[in-house]
Design a protein around this ligand. Structure first.
Ligand code: ZN
Length: 210
């Protein structure tokens, strides 16, 4: 069974979390627990894959940071929940490959799916097996998953979790509207059509809302 190898208090601009570290080779995943969990009830959980360009630099090419900040806002509003921060950059292909895919998109007009394929990478290399084990190590078996991605939901269902979904709607910017449309049309993400219509920067709106 997976067990955390470090546990520490992590005060942040978004509140104080309990951080649990789960190494995997050179990688290190984290569970960031907010508030007092009641594991007899469904726990609000976000599986968030690391996105250096988005999470750290607020890149407008994707909606990662907006989704992360919105998930934290929902968890704070509810009083407790977990951000499972997975050390798998660029849907699992790594930072270099992600930037190369951006380059291809920029120069040749490929979308995020075709750019990954052109580079010889899978469309989505992410797995959630370890994330599920991390939740188990915190005694979590009932989850309300904060996601628009049905693959994440299905992986928890297959693992025998009692699971429901709550959408994380963050709006779109002129820079990520095409990316979001690809996620909806080619990766089965459950996103409303009107995302592409929005012109306000998603991050600004979400941060304002906190
Ligand atoms: Zn991103």
């Amino acid at each position: 069974m997976v067990q955390s190898e470090a546990h520490t208090t992590l005060p942040t601009d978004y509140g104080t979390f309990q951080a649990y570290a789960f190494p995997e080779g050179d990688l290190c995943h984290m569970c960031l627990v907010y508030g007092e969990l009641d594991v007899t009830q469904p726990v609000l959980v976000r599986f968030h894959s690391k996105c250096t360009t988005g999470d750290v630099f607020s890149s407008q090419r994707c909606d990662c940071r907006a989704q992360l900040v919105e998930a934290i806002r929902i968890i704070q509003e509810a009083g407790s929940g977990i951000i499972v921060y997975l050390d798998q950059e660029g849907r699992g292909i790594g930072l270099l490959a992600k930037l190369q895919a951006y380059e291809l998109q920029e120069k040749h007009g490929l979308d995020t799916v075709d750019a990954n394929l052109a580079l010889g990478h899978p469309i989505d290399a992410r797995t959630y097996d370890l994330a599920i084990e991390m939740l188990r190590s915190l005694d979590v078996s009932k989850v309300t998953l904060l996601t628009n991605n049905p693959r994440k939901l299905a992986s928890l269902e297959r693992a025998g979790f009692e699971v429901s979904r709550r959408e994380v709607f963050t709006g779109a910017s002129p820079f990520n509207a095409g990316y979001l449309a690809t996620k909806r049309e080619r990766l089965d993400h459950q996103l409303p059509m009107l995302l592409e219509m929005a012109s306000v920067g998603a991050d600004e709106r979400v941060i304002d809302a906190i």
